[in-house]
Design a protein around this ligand. Structure first.
Ligand code: NDP
Ligand code: 2IT
Length: 445
């Protein structure tokens, strides 16, 4: 394989998909050497079969808003690869959603799920529907209309969706309800369900907790701990909230949180009580992070900006893709940041990643550090298949063990001759090899 040639071909065939090409480029560059040690891979054109999704389902979603107006949105489910298990991955509802973004997410999910140690393939879906400003009734009608199409493509052994940006417990509940109505099948076809109907304890917390378990493992490689460290968190949704909760539990200090309008910087740190306020503000009232600065005196709110210029020891982006660019990365390094742990998917641009790695700080890509969410989704699938529910302690212990295993795999495949752990390389090679071996064993399909 010659990476430049593969990328040139993909660019020609998919010219308007920058996020997809960005994600593929990162993975191919780090697996090239390993791939070329296996002539049998090239002989079966494994690379194109791995980069191009198995299937792209796209459809129109039609629904009626509160004013009686008929609205249309696009719906998608991209089934990327099921070599190691049923398709698995979240659903994103956000105005920015398009095929390129979902293709990048489904591609990344395939390697992430491989890293989890559990048998799950990769998929992603969503819609350009924006839940922001919509009434609960509108969100429910939209979810139901979305399921009228999606139900044909999913099932407990076929494809199991879950949440992502704009899709939390409320939306999963509505989609599961409609799936059940249409198919008359009560099965584990969604994860992230309510606890009363098959959801797993610790699933809401899992991505954020896993992110911090992974960060702690990284810090340990340099004899460091989280105790007393100042942390910049971006986002204020599911991943950011439970990332912040775990940082506080382990003695760290949360300096910032954000949403798409701006960020807050709290010089005293966002403590437990203030985090409760943010959780209520965001989850119950669907408010804006600006309101935090109105609630607590001395807090700075910066509209239209991201928190990366603030001084801290650690940064954890938990909002969205490409939210840290090269300039942001240089600011973080200049301010003495020692570790960056990605809660979001692909939040750092390729230039930012290079800045972190050149500075030899601890840096982990989301496919390793945010894999806790889908891991507990996998555990939810197991519990559903067994018709059992495990205790929070049991799930949390398994999550902890999985994050340690992912870290160990990154160290195994990513340690460079000078001892620097290249977590990007480690995660990509470890994730890739398992999928590649499974694909080779299953023939040209
Ligand atoms: P939520 O919808 O709960 O929260 C998203 C947060 O990010 C909100 O604060 C939102 O602000 C902000 N945000 C979203 N889009 C943008 C944007 N374009 N620019 C700036 N801020 C933005 O989503 P999650 O917390 O679930 O997801 C966050 C990230 O984590 C995503 O990258 C997702 O793919 C990833 N992830 C999620 C997992 C999960 O289990 N949920 C698992 C693994 C990864 P606002 O309210 O203004 O929109
Ligand atoms: O990006 C992700 O890993 C998720 N949004 C979670 C997917 C899942 O199936 O739990």
């Amino acid at each position: 394989m010659k990476v430049a040639k593969v990328l040139e071909d993909l660019n020609r065939r998919f010219p308007n998909e920058p996020e997809y090409i960005q994600a593929v480029s990162e993975v191919l560059n780090s697996i090239e050497e390993e791939y070329n040690k296996h002539p049998e891979f090239e002989a079966s054109n494994l690379i194109e079969r791995l980069c191009i999704p198995d299937r792209i389902n796209s459809f129109r979603v039609t629904w009626v808003d509160d004013q009686g107006k008929v609205q249309t949105n696009m719906g998608y489910r991209i089934q990327h690869n099921n070599a190691i298990g049923p398709y698995k991955g979240g659903i994103r509802f956000h105005a920015s959603v398009n095929q390129s973004i979902l293709k990048f997410l489904a591609f990344e999910q395939t390697f992430k799920n491989s890293l989890t140690t559990l048998p799950m393939g990769g998929a992603k879906g969503g819609s350009d529907f924006s839940p922001r400003g919509k009434s609960a009734a509108e969100v429910m009608r939209f979810c139901q209309a979305f399921m009228l199409e999606l139900h044909r493509h999913v099932g407990p052994e076929l494809d199991v969706p879950a949440g992502d940006i704009g899709v939390g417990g409320r939306e999963v509940g509505y989609m599961f309800g409609m799936y059940k109505k249409l198919t008359r099948d009560f099965s584990g076809t969604f994860t992230g369900k309510g606890l009363e109907f098959g959801g797993s304890l610790v699933r809401p917390e899992a991505t954020g907790y896993g992110n911090i378990y992974f960060l702690v493992e990284m810090l340990k490689t340099r004899g460091l701990s989280l105790e007393g460290k100042k942390v910049l968190v971006s986002g204020s949704g599911n991943v950011a909230q439970y990332t912040a909760e775990k940082i506080l539990q382990l003695g760290g200090k949360v300096m910032t949180m954000s949403d798409s309008d701006g960020y807050v910087y709290d010089p005293d740190g966002i403590d437990r009580e203030k985090l409760d306020y943010i959780m209520e503000l965001k989850n119950l009232y669907r408010g804006r992070i600006r309101e935090y600065a109105e609630q607590y005196p001395g807090v700075k709110y910066v509209a239209g900006a991201r928190p990366w210029g603030e001084k801290a020891d650690i940064a954890t982006p938990c909002a969205t893709q490409n939210e840290i660019n090269g300039d942001d990365a240089r600011k973080l390094i200049a301010n003495g940041v020692i570790a960056v742990s990605e809660g979001a998917n692909m939040p750092s641009t390729p230039e930012a990643v290079k800045v972190f790695q050149d500075a030899k700080i601890l840096y982990t890509p989301g496919k390793a550090s945010n894999a806790g969410g889908v891991s507990v989704s996998g555990l939810e699938m197991t519990q559903n298949a067994q018709h059992l529910a495990w205790s929070a302690e049991e799930v949390d212990a398994k999550l902890h063990w999985i994050m340690e295993s992912i870290h160990a795999a990154c160290v195994k495949y990513g340690t460079e001759p000078d001892g620097y752990i290249n977590y990007v390389k480690g995660a990509n090679i470890a994730g890739f090899m398992k999928v590649a071996k499974a694909m080779m064993a299953q023939g040209i399909v």
